[in-house]
Every structure is written in C-alpha cells, then in structure tokens.
Design a protein around this ligand. Structure first.
Ligand code: F6R
Length: 243
C-alpha cells in the first residue's frame, strides 16, 4: 500500500484527477469506479477542469457506481445515481449510456446485487476505483465487521453513518433509507487500482486503522492491505494519527 500525504483536499483532488487523466490517456474506455459523499468532490472538479481544457478526452470513458440507497427513486436528488449524474457524468461530459450502477428500486434486491456483480465482470472489471472512507472505517457501505470477501449485497446502515449523511437530507435523519446496496469488499478488491482519499481530522483514526492497524473486518478499509495496487491519499489533517 502506498500512502501519499498532501497538504489539503484540493491537492489530493488534483493528484487523483491526474492519475485518472493518465489512465484515460492510456486506456480511453477505462472503467472508473466512483464514490459519492463530500470527499471525492475535489477529484471530480479537477478532472472536469482537465476535460474542459481539452487535456483529457472522456468520450469513451465509462463510470461504475459503488453503492446506492435502497428504495430511493432513481430520480430522487439524493439517490447516488442522481448525485453521480450531477457531480461526475455531466461535468465530465459522459452520458448515462456509459454508466453502470445497481438498481436500488428492484423488487428483488438480491438479484439486482448479483446482476451488478455480473455486469461489472462482463464490462471487464473496474480499472481504477476511487474510495472515500467513513469515520468508522467503512468503504462503500461495508460497515465494520463486513466480510472481507463479500460481494455486492444489501446492507443496513449504522446509526453513525445515517447521522453522518443527514446533511444531505436537510439534516433530517428520518429521510435517510436504512438500507443500501454496496459493492462488497471482495468486489471492490477486484478493481485493478484502488485509490482511497481521506481528508479532515475526523478521518484520522480511520486512516490510522486502515494503514497501520491489523487487517481486520472491524476496519473494512484495512482490506486495502490485501490489494497489490492500493494508494491512500490523505491530507495533513487526516494523517495526524499516523506514526
Ligand atoms: C459513498 C461511499 C462512502 C463514503 C464515506 C465517506 O459512495 O462510498 O463510503 O465514501 O461515507 O463519506 P464523505 O466523503 O462524505 O465523508
């Protein structure tokens, strides 16, 4: 695992956007796995600037979703599909035809999870998966004690994660679904390159457990220790608990 400490979130965003741009220059139809939440926004902003300046061509790029709320209509402004359309696809000039994600409204959620794992494999797998990290060490929505070999499946959000995400729902925790579909840790580990971005001192404990703690399901992000090509980009605030 490679750990890169950057001064701030903007620098982390620029660094990772640069890696994505390099990948797209090598492999124009690369499948980029993207996360939602606040942390990756500087990445998407920096990459969009490169697209606008003509430094990178996204006309053949493909995007894969990491997780989704269960039961939230796809056109709900906070469904992750809507968020990604707004924050990633539109700014990068990528159409929905190049987007893949799990169906959070499926009647048979388990079948939808299995179908998504199959679709990822049939698409050739994710080339670069961008991850955020929860204050409890979750990646995707694999909460603590998720199996390190798990596949895409339905999970129950912890109270902590619902509290953390209330800001996207008018600070009203009751609006947040209790269940999500998330790529499993085993699914995430199949991406060819994992890039985790963590910013702010609120992530410092989770970063220390990920990088220096034991490989343990209690910190799902520690599974990155198993991956042959994992990069953890942290700003100085998130790096404060590293030895
Ligand atoms: C969301 C996701 C989550 C977030 C994590 C951190 O797609 O994968 O694991 O990355 O909850 O969220 P932020 O970045 O908002 O602190």
């Amino acid at each position: 695992m490679e750990v890169v400490i950057v001064p701030d979130a903007k620098a982390g965003g620029a660094l990772i956007a640069g890696a994505m741009a390099d990948l797209l220059r090598r492999t124009s139809d690369a499948l980029l796995g993207v996360a939602t939440g606040s942390t990756p926004l500087p990445v998407y902003k920096a990459l969009a600037a490169q697209v606008r300046s003509g430094a990178v061509d996204t006309s053949r790029a493909r995007i894969a979703q990491l997780d989704e709320y269960v039961g939230l209509p796809a056109d709900h402004p906070e469904s992750y599909r809507s968020v990604l359309r707004r924050e990633v696809l539109e700014p990068l000039g990528i159409g929905m035809d190049a987007f893949m994600g799990p169906d959070g409204t499926a009647e048979d959620v388990q079948a939808a999870c299995e179908a998504y794992d199959r679709a990822l494999a049939e698409a050739g797998g994710v080339d670069l998966q961008l991850l955020g990290i929860g204050t409890d060490g979750h990646i995707g929505f694999n909460e603590p004690c998720s199996s390190l070999t798990s596949r895409t499946r339905i999970k129950t959000l912890t109270e902590q994660t619902r509290v953390d995400n209330a800001r996207f729902f008018d600070d009203d925790i009751d609006q947040i679904p209790h269940h999500v579909i998330t790529q499993g840790i085993g699914t995430i580990l199949e991406a060819r390159h994992l890039v985790l971005l963590a910013t702010g001192e609120g992530k410092a404990d989770a970063v220390a457990a990920t990088v220096e703690g034991p490989l343990a399901a209690v910190c799902p992000a520690s599974a990155l220790q198993l991956h042959p090509h994992a990069t953890v980009v942290v700003d100085e605030a998130a790096a404060t608990k590293l030895k």
